[in-house]
Design a protein around this ligand. Structure first.
Ligand SMILES: [Mg+2]
Length: 112
């Protein structure tokens, strides 16, 4: 357990209060962009060493995105109910909710 685990939300709230909501929204955009770039680099890694470096960078940017995304939940509210609905729909699409068996789904119709 790290020192922030006990009051993770308190720390994130403090960050929003310190830098302001607008700055943290800008940071969200920036971090998503960095993750996008890191993911693209995994597609262009053509050696074991390059892939290891690219994956390490993806993990770094995933952590950045998660930290700022959790701040977005403090600013805009929790999407937990929406997430549950979407996960239920995903389960249906994968044939786990009594819906289609997922075979009708194509890449072009797929969404989160
Ligand atoms: Mg970053």
């Amino acid at each position: 357990m790290n020192i922030y685990e006990n009051d993770r939300d308190g720390l994130l709230k403090q960050a929003v209060e310190h830098w302001g909501q607008g700055a943290q929204v800008d940071m969200m955009i920036e971090e998503m962009s960095e993750l996008t770039k890191a993911l693209c680099k995994t597609r262009r890694a053509h050696s074991t060493e390059a892939m290891a470096k690219a994956v390490a960078n993806v993990l770094e940017e995933m952590a950045d995105v998660q930290i700022v995304l959790d701040q977005m939940k403090l600013i805009f509210g929790s999407p937990a109910e929406i997430e549950t609905r979407k996960l239920e729909r995903l389960a249906e699409r994968l044939g786990k909710g009594g819906g289609t068996d997922g075979q009708e789904e194509t890449k072009t119709t797929r969404s989160a």
